[in-house]
Design a protein around this ligand. Structure first.
Ligand SMILES: [Zn+2]
Length: 375
């Protein structure tokens, strides 16, 4: 068996490795501690690709591969931080040239890694990725399950975000206060459980936020912000969904600034892991976007007439925090900290409670058709 090509992409939250083989490989995955490693055992193989194509990065600080004996070969991924494979699957290449092994690794807690390393001797993680997409597509978001909502307080830690024009309160504090209020309000609803992606003044990369939402099996992600504009006169809330092309200049600028969040803390922004062309994945992504847009519209109609909205309050741009392909996600700019009136409201507890009520209504209305369909 010949491994003839390889590629790796990702960051310290998730990393994807793809290796092409001329024949269909069987793969067994094993976790080992000290140092933390993910070990893959394969039948005898020749590794014919350029070593530079599989140089360590993202979650892995060292990657080795080679023959064990006449019958077997091994790939050893030494982890930079505790990680697990959420996908390890073999798929036929579309062009008929052999098969590819797709490995998707995600950060996990120290304890989760220990359990993997100590628990079962040999782990087959292929079934670990119980398609969240399937859940969305069949609408079987299960009546026996709680509806889980990830509330993401924008910025945090070294990344303070914007600064309020008069009070100088940093955006990261305003988003966290509001996130707490919203999570608490949502969790009062029957069948809904909201959790905070960050619950303290802590830096999280955008990619980490997405991974945390997925690891909690979030049905929705709401990222909260309150940025500044050069034009102090502009005020009001805006709801964003993801898109490759931005709806307008303001949306494009804002997404660019939000995406800089990682750079502030020295996190290397990396391209998206190379996606395998996968019809199911594309379907899931489209389906997810449709849900995100429906949620955005529901939020806009809840806020309309109740709080000040910007012109065209539903906008779109390439926000990295909205990139989960299987978790409907919106980013809510609650208002602008460059505007004194908005600032006053953003710091006002009564206003925050009112907006949390309106958002709760919006989510319930968005979810109603799914519940009616037995979801
Ligand atoms: Zn922000």
């Amino acid at each position: 068996m010949l491994a003839f090509a390889a590629r790796i992409a990702g960051d310290r939250a998730r990393t994807r490795i793809v290796i092409d083989f001329d024949r269909k490989p069987s793969v067994t995955v094993h976790y080992m501690s000290n140092p933390d490693r993910i070990v893959l055992d394969l039948p005898a193989a020749v590794f014919g690709f350029d070593a530079a194509d599989l140089s360590a990065r993202g979650l892995f600080k060292d990657i080795r591969y080679g023959s064990m004996d006449a019958e077997s070969a091994r790939i050893v991924l030494t982890a930079e931080r505790p990680a697990r494979l959420v996908t390890s699957e073999v798929q036929p290449n579309a062009d008929g040239k052999g098969f590819r092994l797709v490995l998707d690794a995600e950060m996990v807690s120290e304890a989760a890694f220990r359990a993997l390393a100590d628990g079962k001797d040999w782990v087959q993680p292929a079934a670990a990725q119980l398609g969240r997409g399937d859940r969305i597509m069949t609408g079987s978001a299960a009546s026996d399950h709680k509806y889980i909502i990830a509330i993401d307080a924008g910025h945090g830690g070294i990344d303070a975000g914007a600064t309020a024009i008069t009070s100088k309160v940093p955006e990261k504090d305003i988003t966290l206060s509001f996130a707490r209020k919203l999570a608490e309000r949502l969790s009062r609803e029957d069948g809904i459980e909201a959790f905070l992606v960050r619950d303290k003044d802590q830096f999280l990369s955008l990619s980490e936020r997405v991974v945390i939402a997925r690891q909690h099996h979030a049905d929705l992600l709401i990222s909260l912000h309150a940025d500044t504009l050069r034009q102090a006169g502009i005020r009001g809330a805006t709801v964003y969904t993801i898109s490759d092309t931005a709806s307008d200049h303001m949306a494009a600028d804002l997404a660019e600034r939000e995406n800089l969040s990682d750079a502030v803390a020295g996190v290397k922004a990396d391209a998206e892991p190379a996606e395998v062309s996968d019809i199911l994945l594309d379907l899931t992504r489209r389906e997810t976007l449709a849900f995100s847009v429906a949620l955005a519209k529901s939020v806009v109609s809840s806020l309309e007439g109740q709080v000040t909205l910007i012109n065209n309050p539903h906008r779109f741009a390439g926000f990295r925090v909205l990139q989960a392909h299987d978790v409907p996600s919106i980013l809510l700019e609650l208002g602008f900290l460059s505007n004194k009136d908005d600032e006053k409201l953003l710091l006002d507890d009564t206003w925050r409670a009112h907006v949390a009520d309106l958002l709760t209504d919006a989510i319930k209305r968005y979810r109603a058709p799914m519940l009616a369909n037995g979801g």
